[in-house]
Design a protein around this ligand. Structure first.
Ligand SMILES: [Zn+2]
Length: 330
């Protein structure tokens, strides 16, 4: 998964890809809805704009229609029914749209906002279309929880993660940073941080579970069907929580990246968290560059373990035992 620190850079990359005929026929834009929606609109305006300038003008009828989700060549699909899912009929109806030639003689596109809300049959119907790409068509899957997409669907798409320009990657980074700043040095401090991070994430798991359970009309399922549905809900919860953990680890990595920069002698203008430079400097004091690099590798390692379904408490306990060890071993 490629990671972009700046939405503008990512858009430029897409623009150059279009210019050189290398635009992929399917993308996953992963990130907060505000960002992924804005990026989808910008890319579609680039494809449909009447200005002929090679950049979206934002003012022509095509650009305005794209922004209002009513361009004739561009379908915008969102989870709408009571269960907030995208169903198979909706996906099937797109096949005809994508097969017809473009009204304006340009691109045909379909955007799935909340793409992770696609039920499995719907996702499989989409997969068929992704497997038989037609020229000048593009699929955009927007999701704040890309881990919940079918692997087969995700692997057919180019996945681009949108974090915005240097801001917080998610809602946790504020409370997370407070935990990372406090707690004192040494192994005890590390253990304390690990426990508090675990406690921060636990209610999030419960919230996701509640939401997913409420999205199902349980009256429709009995016996075996109910058991199967319970399994599906469990899988959805696990997938969404994985996304939460990944975001938390990203926030952790950004914090330790500042500590590395500080240990390497960089000034606070280079920090992501320049407003917390005092804490960064305190934590970097006495840390060698080698040790600070090692810390980043520990976090990289943690990211790999998220996919192995290691519990968050084990993940943080193990990692912080290493992260707080100072220079003794190096
Ligand atoms: Zn335009």
């Amino acid at each position: 998964m490629s990671s972009e620190s700046d939405d503008g850079t990512l858009f430029e990359r897409l623009r150059r890809a279009l210019e050189s005929g290398r635009l992929a026929h399917a993308y996953v834009f992963a990130g907060l809805p505000s960002r992924t929606h804005a990026m989808a609109i910008r890319l579609l305006q680039l494809l449909h704009c009447d200005s002929g300038s090679g950049r979206p003008c934002g003012r022509c009828p095509a650009c305005r229609n794209v922004a209002a989700h009513r361009h004739a060549d561009s379908l915008w699909i969102e989870p709408r029914n009571k269960s907030r899912n995208i169903d198979i009929d909706t996906v099937r109806s797109i096949r005809g749209h994508m097969a017809r030639s473009s009204m304006a003689g340009r691109w045909k596109s379909a955007v799935f906002a909340g793409a992770d809300r696609m039920q499995e049959p719907a996702a499989n119907a989409l997969l068929k279309m992704l497997e038989e790409p037609t020229p000048d068509t593009i699929f955009l899957l927007l999701s704040d929880n890309p881990q919940a997409l079918l692997d087969t669907v995700r692997s057919r798409c180019q996945v681009l993660r949108l974090h915005g320009g240097g801001g917080a990657p998610d809602a946790f980074s504020g409370p997370m940073l407070e935990i990372l700043e406090a707690g004192g040095p040494g192994v005890i401090g590390g253990l304390l941080r690990a426990r508090r991070l675990g406690a921060l994430l636990k209610p999030e798991r419960e919230r996701i579970e509640k939401e997913e359970k409420a999205a199902v009309n349980w009256d429709l399922y009995e016996g075996k069907a109910r058991e199967r549905m319970e399994e599906i809900v469990d899988a959805r919860v696990a997938a969404r929580y994985k996304g939460t953990l990944s975001d938390a680890l990203l926030a952790l990595e950004r914090w330790y990246h500042d500590i590395l920069l500080c240990a390497a002698g960089a000034g606070e203008s280079f920090f992501i968290h320049g407003d917390r430079a005092h804490s960064v400097r305190a934590l970097a004091a006495g840390l060698t560059c080698g040790r600070a690099c090692h810390n980043i590798r520990v976090i990289e390692d943690m990211k790999g373990q998220v996919d192995l379904n290691v519990s968050e408490s084990m993940l943080f306990d193990r990692a912080f035992a290493v992260l707080t060890a100072r220079n003794k071993e190096s």
